[in-house]
Design a protein around this ligand. Structure first.
Ligand SMILES: NC(=O)c1ccc[n+]([C@@H]2O[C@H](COP(=O)([O-])OP(=O)(O)OC[C@H]3O[C@@H](n4cnc5c(N)ncnc54)[C@H](OP(=O)(O)O)[C@@H]3O)[C@@H](O)[C@H]2O)c1
Length: 378
């Protein structure tokens, strides 16, 4: 069967594409940025040609611009009618018919467009995925804190379960609106965020914001919950997956960034570097640039080792060795700077670097164990 999965690179899309491909179907991956030959350019804002597709699984969605989901549904049903597509499967969200949240209202409007189009279809409503709060928390965490409204519980579900249900439905005859599916328990957003943050060994503060309003009230009322409870718990899901960026990886990334910044100053302003950071003897622009050129690959290797666990041991070992020699060099000339306090300060900084690199090496050899995830409150 030839299937187009719109949003095929998204959280659910990737799982659905993998399962359909594994089952032997010919899958087109709908995305705004096609890269591979199985990719099909797809934009909610633009008409699409569905010639040759038997089934469309519609997962593309833009919560930031909800009206696009309605436009996208219109384009899709027009194309499906023109091409005689036999089945359009759409994934929606539990409670969208009663919820004031603009994104959910748009999902409901998209459902209506599909239902009233005459295209043979299946509509499955699911609750929020287990990955949703970790995704939000990671995005906010880069600003140094995570904040969610207080008093809201969601009934999150394992997206792998949703994906297998979507594949099952999409490969059967169209069934109209099918039973909603939701996770096994309802959990407080703040607890979910804290559990995710802790599971990744972070200390990012998770803050409850006591806001009100119609949308928040609807979430507090639990309009988005269902009595159909399925699949594994959020806690099991967190335990199952590797931490997104463990402490050790962040250590490498920061080391690469700090060294990289030093390299930038050396290359862009060697005279400033000499006078303000390291005035050992006469100023030699060429020497400073050479040193920066040697340090640059080390900064890049440290940065790249963050995402490449196999690089960490050689890179940390090299950093300890290279910086160790650097420390000895500065120890020899500690009194040779002008002004005199530069020498000891430089030495102290390099010793701090060395301690950092030794920590990275030690933690790479003996990986940290993650703190136990506190129990989820139900
Ligand atoms: N996440 C949840 O908790 C949850 C719960 C219940 C139901 N759902 C529904 O399940 C579906 C999939 O959700 P998801 O969380 O897997 O989504 P996701 O990870 O955010 O992926 C959505 C995909 O939509 C595509 N997209 C975004 N804007 C687009 C545009 N203007 N035109 C074309 N494509 C666009 C993106 O693909 P490219 O960047 O590759 O173009 C992206 O991969 C959605 O319909 C969602 O409403 C989600």
């Amino acid at each position: 069967m030839r299937v187009l999965v719109t949003g095929g690179r998204g959280t659910l899309g990737k799982l659905v594409v993998a399962a359909l491909t594994g089952a032997g179907h010919d899958v087109g991956v709908g995305t705004r940025t096609p890269r591979d030959e199985c990719d099909v350019r797809y934009d909610l804002d633009e008409p699409i040609d569905l010639d040759g597709f038997d089934v469309v699984v519609h997962l593309a969605s833009d919560p930031m611009r909800p009206e696009r989901d309605v436009t996208g549904a219109r384009h899709l049903v027009e194309a499906a009618l023109a091409a005689g597509v036999g089945h359009l499967a759409y994934v929606s969200i539990v409670g969208v018919d009663h919820h004031p949240y603009p994104y959910y209202r748009a999902k409901y409007a998209a459902e209506k467009v599909i239902e009233e189009s005459g295209v043979p279809h299946t509509i499955l409503r699911a609750t929020q995925f287990h990955s949703l709060i970790p995704r939000f928390a990671d995005a906010m965490g880069s600003f140094g804190f995570v904040a969610f409204p207080t008093g809201i519980e969601i009934q999150s579900i394992d997206e792998r379960l949703v994906a297998s249900r979507v594949v099952d439905l999409a490969t059967r005859p169209p069934a109209g609106r099918v039973d909603d599916m939701g996770g096994p328990e309802t959990l407080d957003l703040l607890e979910m965020a804290r559990n995710h943050v802790h599971a990744n060994g972070r200390r990012t503060p998770v803050i409850g914001v006591p806001i009100g309003g119609r949308v928040v009230r609807a979430f507090r009322d639990g309009i988005h919950h269902t009595s159909n409870r399925q699949g594994g718990t959020y806690r099991e899901y967190l335990d199952d997956r590797p931490p997104t960026l463990p402490r050790i990886a962040r250590g490498f990334r920061w080391a690469g960034m700090v060294l990289g910044l030093t390299v930038l100053v050396m290359l862009a302003a060697p005279a400033v570097f000499h006078s303000d950071f390291a005035a050992y003897g006469a100023f030699n622009r060429h020497f400073i640039r050479d040193t920066a050129t040697f340090a640059a690959p080390m900064a890049a290797a440290l940065w790249m080792a963050a995402a490449r666990p196999r690089w960490r041991l050689p890179v940390a070992g090299l950093a300890v060795f290279q910086n160790g020699l650097h420390v000895i060099n500065h120890l020899i000339d500690v009194g040779g700077t002008e002004p005199g306090w530069h020498g000891p300060v430089n030495l102290a900084l390099l010793v701090a670097y060395e301690a950092w690199f030794v920590f990275l090496l030690r933690t790479t050899v003996r990986p940290e164990t993650h703190p136990r995830v506190p129990a989820v409150t139900v």
